[in-house]
Design a protein around this ligand. Sequence first.
Ligand code: SF4
Length: 462
Amino acid sequence: MVKKIGPLDIYNYLPKTNCGECGEKTCMAFASQLIERAVKLEDCPTLMKPNFAGMYRHLEEMLAPSVKEVVIGVGDSAIKIGGEEVIFRHELTYFNQTAIALDVHDEMKDDELLERVKYVNDFRFKRIGEDLTLDLIAIRSTSNDPERFAQCVSKVSDEAKKPLVLCSWSPSVLEAGLQIVGDQRPLIYAATKDTWEEVGRLAVKYSCPVAAFADDDMAELKSVANALGSMGIEDIVLDPGSHVEGKYFSNTLGNFVASRRAAILNKDVGYPLLGIPATVWLSEEGVETAFKEVMIAATMIDKYADLIILHTPEIWALLPIITLRQNVYTDPRKPVAVDAGLRRFGDPDENSPVLMTTNFALTYYTVASDLESAGIDCYLLVIDTDGLGVQSSVAGGQLDAFKAKEAIKKSGIEDKLKHRKIIIPGFSARISGDLEMQSGWEVLVGPRDSSSIGEFIEKKWS
Ligand code: SF4
């Protein structure tokens, strides 16, 4: 088993002068930040000097993630996949979330094709302050005709604002697509045991990442990946085959898990994984198939897929997938927080209610959305509780009467109001007495669930 690298291991190869030019006070602090990927080796000017070249190379090797980070696309829309260092996210964090592609094919009618491309471009769902989007467009050649594929790729690339995946088993079809978009760094899908040499040559010629495929055969997949590697190709993605039926699906997941464990525990064939829930549509049709695709996609996200290709565009199918992805890829070390301070809702005046909540993003956005939908003109005082929700912060001491009193003062709300009355969340009732004493404000204990805040204000606010 490979030993995890700690700050001391890194520190041993740093200049150890504590000069501070990197922005950190000490070389040890810089070492810790390197492990967190918050800084780069290049941020240490001393390390960039020729006499440190050996140390630099050694550190580069030590810090390379177990799963290679692969970039698909160019410019602002480029997507990074892989780059992971741990099996369980709580051991460190996951760095790059599963990228999601929606498929199109070269036998689609033009209007349907372009509508789908536009849909991927524009797809955006806001949750906990974050825009959740689709990331790529996978163009499949169903015609197996190079000319037709090239035409389709050309039409898609004219409209697409997302990176592309070019999908065909035929190297000549892939090359026809690459002649159109080879400079946009699409992912080439796929090289097999029979085509790795031709497809590998295309990846080298166009400097594009390439997917290695073997159908439920991990030894063969490793050998295709190694063959591509022997051609000098570094940006490889692994597709161990996506079988979606019963025990075959369990084999697929087993392959995903085995591959990730091998990459992280044994530093063996460490490349990002590609899953294709859309294969479910090869044998079935109808709404139930879409449900099945959602379940497969969710399971693949849970089990290390770095990129998935979907077919179902309906919002009800995509929402559970993208919200699950957001949850899995939220950094467990940092509670998702919003800025503390005073917020206005609607058009509040000197008699308007003042409510209080914490800066845990999920709590804040839930309360904000309930206030907006109730159409209440009010102020909301957001307390910095280190990103914890109401119950946890009251229990842990991040929210107490003193902190709330200080937040009231600092917010300047007293200059905006004629009254001195605040509504606190039901789950923070135990600070109400202390808060009244310390602040001199009248404290109303509001509902535990912010969805009833409209009704509460109507009845209790005079
Ligand atoms: S710039 Fe380099 S030598 Fe100076 S403190 Fe940072 S890591 Fe150490």
